[in-house]
Design a binder for this molecule. Structure first.
Ligand SMILES: [Zn+2]
Length: 429
């Protein structure tokens, strides 16, 4: 039985020709062209990027634990929609994005019906024509031009470390004790544990409210991916609402950190081919997971700490006993509460002893998680990516372009110069 979580609450233009892969589903006729163009978001071309953040992956000796800067990062919050709410679709910036998208090739399935966070599936075809993860855990799209979702690390013994719903800070703390786990606590912890890097799926609303924490994560060498603006069940939204969720998150990330992620994770894993297709046209590939720590259920009180501990123990035991040899893992974990952070801190050292722990893009051998390919991250093949030393912390950009391994058939890159759930409690079941 599938459990559903309930929320309480480039500047570059890179054209990628993705070769269609055959599927035997009739729906592929909706997107039958052999090639499809995925572009870096041209509609973000004029977003002002920050000048106080790193512009390439830092060297390890430049990464240090410490507090967030005292000087707040100035962001015009009035230029953004209300945090943690569905952004309106009639905003001129959203309308501008809509004009760039080709809706003729986006599946025509209707937004899903949901009541009390549970989907109404009684009329949904059991053959799962839309590759709706919430229905069938489908990760291989039926639409030909869409790449398969990333959900595992291919190599056995690897662990694609990742955390959802950040950057975490309590929204309405009532005591100092409650703030104890606010970032950069966990980011400091990761630094202290061997400068461990992770993939962080950020909620756009959290990014604009806690931009200093977001910036800190980038300068610690983590990889940033999108996790929507207000953490909804994405398949329940109209096409326009999906665009608004993804657009504002992308803008917040770019304006705060200067990067444009090519990766996103749908909240609750709720994605189908319609939503995947929109995200893909907006420059992102879908990342899910193959193991769920269920840590999000700690906050709801539905699961006891011991139960979550046992999940981790099982995975570790399985590996140690030599029975976990098919592939590596991407495990769902969260930085959205004191409890999940405590759990993460408890298990990371054990995971590090048992697995080769790394960010997701490293384990899938993709050096370029952003459209700004001045950012080159380590891969299994190239553990030390080329970077330039520069003076005083703010690093100079390396403008060299490199091909992306996501899209092995990258045909050409055209330069067109020209960002919950309450982190708090947001997610839950
Ligand atoms: Zn989430």
């Amino acid at each position: 039985m599938i459990l559903y979580r309930v929320p309480f609450l480039a500047t570059f233009l890179v054209i990628v020709k993705a070769t269609a892969t055959n599927t035997n589903d009739a729906d592929v006729t909706r997107a039958s062209s052999a090639e499809y163009v995925q572009s870096s978001p041209a509609w973000l071309a004029n977003v002002k990027v920050p000048t106080n953040v790193v512009t390439q992956l830092p060297f390890d000796d430049e990464i240090k634990a410490g507090p967030l800067p005292k000087e707040p990062f100035k962001l015009d919050l009035n230029s953004y929609p209300k945090p943690n709410k569905q952004p309106p679709v009639d905003h001129p910036e959203v309308q501008a994005v809509l004009k760039h998208l080709d809706f003729s090739i986006i599946p025509k399935s209707k937004p899903r019906i949901v009541k009390d966070w549970v989907f109404d599936m009684k009329d949904y075809n059991r053959t799962d024509p839309d590759c709706w993860w919430s229905s069938s855990l489908c990760k291989k799209p039926k639409v030909s031009y869409l790449p398969e979702d990333i959900s595992i690390c291919p190599n056995k013994g690897t662990w694609g470390l990742n955390y959802d719903d950040g950057p975490y800070k309590m929204w309405w703390p009532t005591s100092e004790k409650q703030k104890e786990y606010d970032q950069p606590r966990f980011y400091n912890y990761l630094v202290e544990k061997g400068k461990q890097k992770a993939t962080l799926f950020f909620v756009g609303s959290n990014v604009i409210n806690f931009p200093e924490a977001a910036q800190r994560s980038l300068s610690d060498g983590h990889t940033i991916c999108s996790h929507t603006w207000s953490h909804p069940q994405m398949t329940t939204l109209t096409n326009e609402e999906v665009v608004a969720q993804l657009y504002w998150t992308h803008k917040a990330i770019k304006e705060t950190m200067g990067i444009t992620p090519k990766c996103w994770r749908p909240p609750y894993g709720d994605v189908d081919d319609r939503v995947r297709a929109i995200a893909y046209q907006m420059g992102m590939r879908t990342i899910l997971w193959d193991q769920d720590s269920n840590d999000w259920n700690l906050i709801t009180g539905r699961l006891k700490t011991e139960v979550v501990d046992n999940f981790f123990k099982g995975w570790v035991d399985n590996r140690v006993s030599g029975n976990d040899t098919d592939h590596g893992h991407i495990t769902l974990q969260h930085e959205n509460s004191n409890m999940t952070i405590q759990m993460s801190e408890k298990w990371l050292p054990i995971l590090q002893k048992t697995f080769k722990v790394m960010p997701i893009h490293q384990c899938i051998n993709d050096p370029h998680p952003y459209w700004e390919e001045s950012w080159t991250y380590p891969t299994l093949d190239v553990p030390e990516p080329p970077r330039q030393r520069s003076s005083a912390g703010n690093l100079g950009a390396n403008t060299s372009m490199a091909s992306s391994s996501y899209y092995s058939n990258l045909a050409e890159a055209i330069l067109n110069l020209s960002l919950l759930g309450f982190a708090v409690a947001a997610t839950l079941i």
